[in-house]
Design a protein around this ligand. Structure first.
Ligand SMILES: Cc1cc2nc3c(=O)[nH]c(=O)nc-3n(C[C@H](O)[C@H](O)[C@H](O)COP(=O)(O)OP(=O)(O)OC[C@H]3O[C@@H](n4cnc5c(N)ncnc54)[C@H](O)[C@@H]3O)c2cc1C
Length: 436
């Protein structure tokens, strides 16, 4: 019998976290990625490890999206097009934008929050990774005083899940960080979250994987999954025809997981929501922690002595040219909240994709019908935060253990392509009492 080997497709936060936990347990692991390290969403994101964050599927979100559809400068831009996949994704998304569904999602997403930070902190300490990790919460910064109660309401809904928050007046905020302008009315401070420099985290994690014996191969594009005569996952083949054998395959290819998952019978309704970042150097004063600017949806994160502005959601076919007007929305959306933005020198610009399912939940677990195949994707705007716990759960499953968390709402079987297969309780089959 050959030694078990797990082949992981994708060296983002999900793939590398899975590889790390497996390798720590002595499993042989190969990770394949078609890009070089440091280029993907897991490096370019806002770096907010915002546990207890709402998914995209919130009451009213689909109507707002529809209203913004023809506005290239709206926070969410959907390029209208006659595309059956997009239309069916939008319809399913709309059906999940209700309070009952949100409540069900939040029970599971909140349960993932504290474990993911604990696991990440264990990795950082064990491996000596310096990624400017700071456990000092995030701020929902509000300009219009009328929006403060809404921001506080969202934080209050997290309290039964064990989360804590404070409300800061504009004065209190400016006492802590004088860079907030007098126009800012206040902020809700989500106390339990953290932030980091995501590229430093990812590169540190890749180095840790290599130290634990993971075979990391970059510039290798996986074209499909190999199955043996019994239908078990047996490895992958690359676009150059090379076969990498394994006893298990984990698909962690971000927004591109959808196409590969089809070869194991999963039809994941996935859209890539592109976002951008602008990295500034020389901003005179930085906020004391990461922020989301409530009215403009721009994330502002201090990373060492630099400031990253990140955000905007753009749903259109993958690989389209950048929309420079949307990149420009980042400094424009931050200027009124923070002084010194225009004194910053742009040192980097970037764009990348959030993998978004139509029900707002990630896809984590074993693929039914193909023993040895697993998937971890669809975390949308929460992937950096939930990557470590996703990796732990997948590693537990691969090793045949009871996972550290049960995640029925994230079960891949809700997307089984074969008709007539029953959906698991609590999965996307039911959209809640208020569902359309
Ligand atoms: C602007 C922006 C801001 C964000 N801010 C935050 C934030 O503050 N906090 C947070 O938690 N999340 C944030 N996110 C979301 C987060 O970045 C993603 O959810 C997360 O990085 C997804 O991780 P992943 O490992 O699933 O996928 P990815 O990081 O996309 O990694 C997938 C990898 O698979 C590789 N791959 C794909 N197809 C193949 C193939 N066929 N063969 C080989 N390799 C392949 C890709 O090259 C890629 O490296 C943000 C995203 C964006 C765009």
């Amino acid at each position: 019998m050959p030694r078990p080997r797990t082949v992981i497709v994708g060296a983002g936060i999900v793939g590398l976290s899975t590889a790390y936990f497996l390798a720590r347990e002595g499993r042989d692991v190969t990770v394949l990625d078609r890009e070089e390290p440091g280029e993907g969403a897991s490096c370019g994101n806002a770096g907010l490890l915002s546990i207890g964050h709402y998914p995209l599927t919130r009451p009213g979100a689909s109507w707002r999206g529809l209203k913004w559809m023809f506005d290239r400068n709206a926070p969410l831009f959907i390029r209208p097009r006659p595309d059956a996949d997009l239309i069916s994704w939008l319809w399913s998304f709309h059906r999940h934008c209700n309070q009952a569904w949100l409540d069900r999602c939040m029970r599971e997403l909140c349960a993932m929050g504290f474990p993911t930070l604990r696991l990440l902190e264990e990795i950082l300490e064990a491996e000596g990774i310096d990624c400017d990790y700071r456990r000092d919460g995030w701020l929902d910064v509000v300009m219009d005083p009328a929006n403060l109660p809404k921001a506080e309401h969202e934080a209050r809904t997290l309290v039964p899940h064990g989360y804590s928050y404070d409300v800061l007046t504009g004065e209190e905020l400016r006492r802590r960080s004088p860079c907030f302008t007098p126009e800012v009315a206040g902020a809700v401070w989500h106390r339990d979250s953290a932030h980091c420099h995501p590229a430093d985290l990812l590169l540190g994690l890749a180095a840790a994987c290599a130290r634990h014996g993971v075979d990391l191969r970059f510039s290798v594009e996986v074209a499909g999954i190999e199955r043996d005569a019994l239908g078990r996952a047996a490895g992958v083949h690359s676009s150059r025809g090379e076969v990498v054998e394994g006893t298990e395959v984990v698909l962690a290819a971000g927004v591109w997981s959808g196409a590969l998952a089809q070869s194991v019978g999963l039809d994941i309704p996935m859209q890539g929501a592109r976002g951008y970042h602008v990295q500034l150097e020389g901003v005179p004063q930085l906020p004391f922690t990461g922020c989301v600017l409530h009215e403009t949806f721009v994330a502002v994160t201090p990373m060492r002595d630099q400031l990253r502005l990140a955000g905007t959601l753009e749903i259109q076919p993958l690989g389209r040219p950048w929309m420079r007007n949307r990149l420009a929305m980042l400094p424009a959306g931050a200027r009124r909240y923070l002084t010194g933005i225009d004194q910053g020198r742009v040192v980097a610009e970037w764009a990348g994709y959030r993998p978004c399912t139509s029900d707002g939940m990630p896809v984590i677990g074993a693929v039914p019908g193909t023993p040895g195949a697993y998937v971890g994707t669809g975390h949308a705007m929460m992937g950096m935060t939930l990557g470590p716990v996703t990796g732990r759960v997948l590693a537990d499953m691969v090793l045949g253990r009871t996972p550290v968390l049960e995640l029925p709402m994230a079960d891949p079987s809700r997307y089984l392509a074969e008709p007539g297969v029953p959906l698991p309780a609590g999965a996307a089959g039911g959209v809640g009492a208020a569902g359309a």
